[in-house]
Design a protein around this ligand. Structure first.
Ligand code: NDP
Ligand code: 2IT
Length: 448
């Protein structure tokens, strides 16, 4: 009979052996495993039923070909994916990412994180993620439309309002969701809330575009409140300049903080006097309508553009990594700490490397991991699903209040499971709290 070796080291070794060539997936699981192992050991029912092993193997992975034609008539082939990772607490839920770096390991890390994040929101949503290595940069609207239609022509067989509900992520915003949902509705011949992040005219929710960024800022407010502080007057670095970065910046400005950086994959812009509302409007138009580069923003306002550089060497109190995974490495964490940064709220998914996370923990700063801090986006997706099922639309204020309440709740759960003698281990708190609900549902279902 196979001997079960229950040590953390052998678990990680097995995971790497069974999932070769997926470093981001290994990283995401390692972070969770390190935090929940003592909890699992203290509750043998999880270990005896090999719950964590089951939780790290997706229910299913759908991999398909996406063929489309560009404006000059040339045919292209991309990969399409949907990872339906765990559905024990609700329909699979999670975004679609279109970016050339997308591969199986990246989407498995994102879908795995999504299981615990969705559990934390308290709403009934399982974990999923999907996307393609298609690069929307430089493509015309009609090329993006043809790609989205081809992608959905296959994906529609695998999703549905009670099965799997995709949304946006990097490279998938309002325009793409419109094309994707339009094709879904046409093929399914029914109007159901099978995508979230939809336009307001066709079933979208107020505040969904803002929700991830606003929610991350609300989470930071909750963390600061544990030290009797708030965001007023705080100097904040933000990375990225897409959906999450834009609404993080908007809420920070509204709360009286000073946003001193934005970035994209070409480099960062330093705004020593703080981003103004007028400048943010310019960035939104540049990125969402004209689809330009952040350098153009620096040039338009005579600001310093730091080619190829991240914002983390800029002095700040609070940092909001809002671009992509592993954008905040050990050296960046060291620079932030040396400059006195004491709040890091992750708007992106897994932006901090394991070594960076360790430094933040040792320094006992307020470090809010993505699966807690950025859960506002998927939470309001859940609220969009509820509105679609009820066939009504809540007001902006109602939805924003729900978002605030959910972020406060998530913060409370992190404190409950992560409180240590002299600081709150939010990484442990988020992982254990997210795990318990899913694990107990898995136990209830028996060996499946
Ligand atoms: P967008 O596509 O709107 O914006 C992405 C931003 O990140 C752009 O500024 C982009 O720059 C930058 N970026 C992307 N890849 C890289 C890279 N390899 N290096 C440096 N910069 C990069 O995506 P979102 O704002 O929606 O997503 C940002 C992050 O937030 C992701 O980690 C996503 O998973 C996470 N997230 C998103 C949610 C949502 O609701 N949208 C919810 C929760 C988390 P460039 O234009 O040069 O590519
Ligand atoms: O990472 C995420 O939580 C998202 N991209 C949002 C997912 C969703 O279904 O709204």
């Amino acid at each position: 009979m196979e001997q079960v070796n229950n040590s953390l080291a052998s678990f990680i070794e097995n995971l790497k052996r069974r999932n070769p060539g997926e470093p981001e997936f290994h990283q995401a699981v390692t972070e969770v495993a390190e935090k929940i192992w003592p909890f699992i050991e203290a509750h043998p029912k999880y270990q005896e039923n090999r719950i964590f092993e089951r939780l790290t193997e997706p229910d299913r992975v759908v991999l398909f070909r996406v063929t489309w034609t560009d404006d000059s008539g040339q045919v292209h082939v991309n990969k399409g994916y949907r990872i339906q990772f765990n559905g024990v607490i609700g329909p699979y839920k999670g975004g679609l990412r279109f970016h050339p770096s997308v591969n199986l390991g990246v989407l498995k890390f994102l879908a795995f994180e999504q299981i615990l994040k969705n559990s934390l929101t308290t709403l009934p949503m399982g974990g999923g993620k999907g996307g393609s290595d298609f690069d929307p940069k430089g493509k015309s609207d009609s090329e993006v439309m043809r790609f989205c239609q081809s992608f959905m022509t296959e994906l529609h067989r695998h999703i549905g309002p009670d099965v799997d509900v995709p949304a946006g992520d990097i490279g998938v915003g309002g325009r793409e969701v419109g094309y994707l949902f339009g094709q879904y509705r046409r093929l399914a011949n029914e109007f159901t809330g099978t995508m979230t992040g939809k336009g307001l005219e066709y079933g979208g929710s107020l505040i969904r575009p803002e929700a991830t960024g606003y929610g991350t800022v609300y989470f930071a407010q909750n963390m600061l409140a544990t030290r009797n502080q708030d965001l007023k007057g705080k100097v904040c670095t933000v990375s990225g300049s897409g959906n999450v970065a834009q609404y993080t910046a908007e809420k920070l400005i509204e709360l009286g903080a000073s946003v001193v950086s934005l970035s994209d994959s070409s480099g960062s812009v330093h705004m020593p006097d703080g981003l103004t509302t007028e400048q943010l409007e310019y960035v939104m138009d540049l990125k969402n309508v004209r689809r330009g580069r952040i350098r153009e923003f620096a040039d338009a306002f005579g600001l310093e553009f730091r080619a190829g550089k991240r914002p983390w060497d800029i002095k700040c109190d609070c940092a909001f990594p809002s671009a992509t995974q592993n954008e905040l490495e050990e050296e960046d964490a060291r620079a932030l700490l040396a400059n006195g940064c004491f709040v890091v709220a992750e708007g992106a998914n897994m932006p901090t490397t394991l070594a960076g996370t360790k430094l933040f923990e040792e320094a006992k700063i307020l470090f809010g991991p993505g699966k807690a801090a950025n859960a506002g986006g998927v939470a309001i997706s859940g609220i969009e699903m509820t509105q679609n099922s009820m066939r009504l639309q809540w007001t902006r204020e109602e939805v924003d209040n729900k978002l605030k309440e959910i972020m406060k709740n998530i913060h409370g759960k992190c404190v409950k499971y992560g409180q240590k003698d002299d600081y709150i281990d939010y990484v442990k708190g988020a992982n254990v709290a997210g795990f318990v609900k899913v694990a107990d549902a898995m136990l209830a279902f028996g060996v499946v």
